[in-house]
Write a protein that binds this ligand. Structure first.
Ligand SMILES: Nc1ncnc2c1ncn2[C@@H]1O[C@H](COP(=O)(O)OP(=O)(O)OP(=O)(O)O)[C@@H](O)[C@H]1O
Ligand SMILES: [Mg+2]
Length: 254
């Protein structure tokens, strides 16, 4: 059952006299509960697509729907977001940052505290609830952002290169932990990354986008059994999938 359906989506930007065709005829769907990753060359339109799916910007043509409803504005109770930059409020503690979206919606303080304390626990940060962002490492700040993305219990989480600023060891760990959170919460995750290894390791499906104007040129099912072990990364079948994606991304489109 698809939770997200994107059909015939195009986006043109006009800046000055010039028109940039960022997306062209993007069509795909994501089934409920799946972990789907989007990869593609820099500047191909991935973040633009995510912004449309988040209701932050409008499409020039086509549409994105969640559970059949066109996405025309942010829907925080249905769609959560986590970006590369965790954008925490520096004057608020980790817990208060996670609570922030609920506070904005006037959710009862006791209920909100309880829920957000559980979320900090889920991302492994219960001991850091009272710490301020500058007292946390980059990986910890990103965990706070993930907990905040889960605060309103959305069915879908959109993630735009959430681990790009982290070193490889922490990044691998965060990916592994994200899979655990995903398995425990049953959310649908739509994830953008530049790392093909990360994409394959995490996902049920990898979508490949062409160079600008971006369109989907490959949909690769990833069938490694779960829970996954990091050892699969060195396997021959993993390498074959990575090569296939690499060729799709690198070869000029007709
Ligand atoms: N607000 C905007 N106004 C004008 N052009 C824009 C705007 N946002 C994005 N673009 C252009 O649209 C194209 C796609 O940008 P986008 O950020 O979606 O790419 P991306 O695939 O996320 O790249 P990266 O992998 O580097 O993050 C680029 O050419 C970019 O310059
Ligand atoms: Mg981007």
């Amino acid at each position: 059952m698809p939770i997200i359906e994107v059909s015939g989506l195009a986006k043109d930007f006009r800046s000055g006299g010039a028109v940039v065709h960022a997306l062209r005829d993007v069509t795909f769907s994501v089934d409920e509960g799946r972990f789907v990753t989007l990869v593609g060359p820099s500047g191909c339109g991935k973040s633009t697509l995510l912004a449309i799916m988040a209701g932050l910007t409008s499409a020039t043509r086509g549409e994105a729907r969640i559970e059949g409803t066109p996405i025309t504005a942010p829907m925080p109770d249905k769609i959560g977001m986590v970006f590369q930059d965790p954008t925490l409020l520096p004057w608020k503690t980790a817990l208060a940052n996670v609570e922030f979206p609920l506070a904005l919606r006037h959710v009862d303080a006791t209920a909100r505290r309880k829920r957000c304390t559980q979320l900090l626990d889920l991302v492994g940060l219960s001991e850091f609830a009272d710490h301020y962002p500058h007292e946390l490492s980059g990986g910890m700040r990103q965990r706070v952002a993930i907990a905040r993305g889960l605060a309103q219990d959305p069915r879908l989480i959109l993630m735009d290169e959430p681990f790009a600023a982290l070193d490889e060891q922490i990044r691998t760990r965060m990916g592994h932990d994200l899979l655990e959170i995903w398995e425990r919460t049953g959310k649908t995750i739509f994830f953008i990354t530049h790392s093909l290894t990360e994409a394959i390791y995490l996902s049920d499906t990898v979508l490949v986008m062409s160079a600008r104007p971006g369109s989907i040129i490959g949909t690769l099912p990833i069938d490694f059994p779960r829970p996954r072990d990091l050892d699969i990364i060195g396997s021959e079948s993993f390498g074959r999938i990575r090569n296939r994606i690499w060729h799709l991304i690198s070869e000029p489109q007709k």
